[in-house]
Design a binder for this molecule. Structure first.
Ligand SMILES: Nc1ncnc2c1ncn2[C@@H]1O[C@H](COP(=O)(O)OP(=O)(O)O)[C@@H](O)[C@H]1O
Ligand SMILES: Cc1ncsc1CCOP(=O)(O)O
Ligand SMILES: [Mg+2]
Length: 269
């Protein structure tokens, strides 16, 4: 299965780069610029369209939608809900990134509303996924306080309850549909030192599921493997978080399919 999945994700990688899917990203103020540059370098044009006056209309045009709750305000929440409803109506996949959803009542309430709109994929760090599964996480803010392994049971439970793909990211990532599970190794320990890295990954996950809406599990694994391989390449030339940030965008841009295939470290559980 691992070999098959490596080939399948390499095929998805090639298709995503050849197809250039338009991804609507509703993300936070911190992440908007970096996430857009990451998407462009990886091969998918981003559109940051959030206001309710147009977010639903645009979701019907875009190939996929991603919603990240990092910096909330009422107008944005309205825009997120309108876009997710429209994506559902148009049969478009959408990805939820529940940034620090456990931190405040406002975030919790917004996340509950968004979960009712059936996200295709939920991508978060370990603390976020543990808390979504009803567990007690050590997270206090946007960064994880828990190891990925501790979130695996919660991820399976959440995936089954939501009928969604759940991705838990960290040193070694974990993806499940509730039945099948894989781990993706790679990346760099500089990645958690850069804000918006997870938000950018959520945006890229939208690009993959856009081109393979019927293979959401494989699309999620491909997005995470793309990040892991580009992250390893970037780490070879980076001197710290700032130069890594730039090298990572270049790493995504210069990557090719043989390098993806040779370096993706995907193992079935
Ligand atoms: N210690 C680490 N080693 C390698 N890759 C990491 C590490 N921590 C996070 N990553 C990678 O950074 C990206 C963002 O994940 P994460 O930091 O968990 O998200 P968030 O920024 O939402 O907390 C993912 O591609 C993940 O694999
Ligand atoms: C710092 C910060 N504060 C609110 S959203 C945000 C960015 C979080 O980015 P990520 O989840 O990718 O680390
Ligand atoms: Mg995050």
């Amino acid at each position: 299965m691992t070999t098959d999945l490596t080939q399948t994700t390499t095929d998805l990688y090639e298709r995503m780069r050849a197809t250039n899917p338009l991804v609507q990203c509703i993300t936070n103020y911190v992440a908007m610029n970096y996430a857009a540059n990451v998407l462009l370098a990886a091969g998918a044009p981003p559109a940051m369209v959030h206001t309710p006056e147009e977010s639903g209309e645009f979701a019907a045009i875009a190939s996929a939608l991603t919603v990240n709750i990092g910096t909330l305000s009422p107008n944005w929440v309205e825009g997120m809900i309108a876009a997710a409803k429209s994506a559902n109506d148009a049969g478009k996949p959408w990805v939820l990134d529940p940034v620090a959803h456990f931190a405040t009542g406002y975030r919790q309430g917004t996340t509950t509303e968004l979960l009712k709109l059936n996200p295709t994929i939920i991508r978060g760090n370990a603390s976020e996924i543990i808390a979504l599964g009803g567990g007690q996480s050590a997270g206090q803010g946007v960064d994880s306080g828990d190891p990925v392994e501790q979130a695996e049971d919660a991820a399976r439970t959440l995936a089954t309850a939501q009928k969604a793909i759940v991705a838990v990211t960290g040193e070694v990532d974990f993806v499940t549909d509730g039945t099948r599970s894989v781990r993706i190794a790679g990346g760099s320990d500089l990645m958690p030192k850069i804000t918006a890295m997870g938000c950018a990954l959520t945006a890229l996950t939208g690009a993959y599921v856009a081109i393979a809406p019927d293979q959401a599990f494989e699309a999620t694994v491909a997005a995470l493997a793309n990040f892991a391989v580009a992250g390893e390449i970037a780490a070879q030339s980076a001197n710290g978080p700032a130069s890594f940030m730039i090298a990572f965008v270049d790493g995504l841009y210069t990557l090719d399919a043989p390098t993806f295939k040779a370096n993706a470290r995907i193992t079935a559980q």
